[in-house]
Write a protein that binds this ligand. Sequence first.
Ligand SMILES: [Zn+2]
Length: 340
Amino acid sequence: MNTDLQDYSHKRFNILTGEWVLVSPHRAKRPWQGQNESVSNEVRPTHDPNCYLCAGNTRINGEVNPDYKDVFVFTNDFAALQSNSKTFALNNGLFKAESETGICKVICFSPDHSKSLADMGVDAINKVVKVWQEEYQLLGANETINNVQIFENKGAVMGCSNPHPHGQIWSQSTIPNEVEKKDNQQKTYYSKNKSSLLGDYLKQELEAKERIIFENDDFVVLIPFWAIWPFEAMIAPKKQYKDITQISEKESLAYAEAISVLTKVYDALFDCSFPYSSGIHQAPTNGEDNNHWHWHMGFYPPLLRSATVKKFMVGYEMFGTPQRDITAEQAAQRLRDLVK
Ligand SMILES: [Zn+2]
């Protein structure tokens, strides 16, 4: 292990976005005098009559949810993007705007209001993976949809308004910022080296072993070298696939296992239902070959040192560059020790 990285301030390069993160390992021991979040230890019922995502309940637009048994998808009643929106462009001097259309969906992971992915079995998570695959294919086949962003916001601290286990898909006509950065970086590397940027990175990580949390035959769970959030993690297939529809049934189960292991160690870390935003970055559905893409899933959890202390992206991070104290290696060690 390079001890300089554990002792001295430095910056690390994110190969996927082309951006830097500042790391300050010497600050990890400073006392905390900031804000504490409240922890909710309330035990939730398996069905909540007031939850708009529970089976059989009526949503605000009057639609009644079916009596679903595993995964349930519907078009978001309050979508950020609309498919029938007006097409226009504004080019007025330095004022530039373009219309954006899309389709937003909600995916309930389970009819059980009390559960999260961490409480679900691998087979149940695999059913969610199946729906992600179907939706990526279905939405991506739509000519007006050029990117399908699958994500989950979990926990009130992440601004999630409903504790029912669910995620979202925002699909749209243009490519969003984060995907575009990764598209550019992977494309440049692939055209120069004729190999997958992330695939080559994973090989190096599997040799170094310092940031690996868990691996099975087909997937790796690790803290990226350039992680920003204290316990940020990535799940990636060892083989290069450009999107989640390309994995086999065996690999799909291995992916579900990776999600299960990671979400369980997250919950064990601070003995709480661990909040995070997670998302799948995969090839845009823009009709190009996208052979440079290697799909992966990121988890960005905000908790820093306990269930009640959250990391804020403020000050220097807003005006300069993201920064972290605990190193990626230390974070990986802590999570790895919790894998059962
Ligand atoms: Zn519910």
